[in-house]
Design a protein around this ligand. Structure first.
Ligand SMILES: Nc1ncnc2c1ncn2[C@@H]1O[C@H](COP(=O)(O)OP(=O)(O)O)[C@@H](O)[C@H]1O
Ligand SMILES: [Mg+2]
Length: 92
């Protein structure tokens, strides 16, 4: 039987660290807050799932983590390692 890989949760083994990530679209009456203050840490070898109903912000969150979309506020560390281009890395 296959054994689950051991994940080193120690400080320094973080692949992605997201802090207070938020993203809004539009302004005023049409403003939509798609992601509101998400904080998490993913370690190398760790498997995480983003679950939620349609429209809950999964794609927006992944887009910020991968550097496709710039966050309205908050930070993502480790994002630049997922980027294939300099333009993408500069959005992280
Ligand atoms: N480019 C956009 N412009 C305006 N609203 C958007 C945009 N992208 C997503 N939204 C809105 O943000 C919310 C979250 O969308 P999304 O991240 O696609 O959710 P999910 O992937 O969980 O279905 C929804 O209300 C959606 O309509
Ligand atoms: Mg989606």
């Amino acid at each position: 039987m296959l054994e689950a890989p051991k994940i080193d949760m120690a400080a320094g083994n973080e692949a992605i660290v997201a802090s207070a990530l938020s993203k809004s679209f539009g302004e005023g009456e049409t403003k939509v807050t798609a992601v509101n203050g998400v904080t998490f840490c993913a370690h190398f070898g760790e498997m995480l799932f983003i679950v939620g109903s349609s429209g809950s912000g999964k794609t927006t969150l992944l887009s910020m983590i991968s550097g496709i979309l710039r966050a309205t506020s908050g930070t993502v560390r480790g994002c630049e390692t997922l980027c294939a281009t300099r333009a993408c890395a500069e959005r992280c």
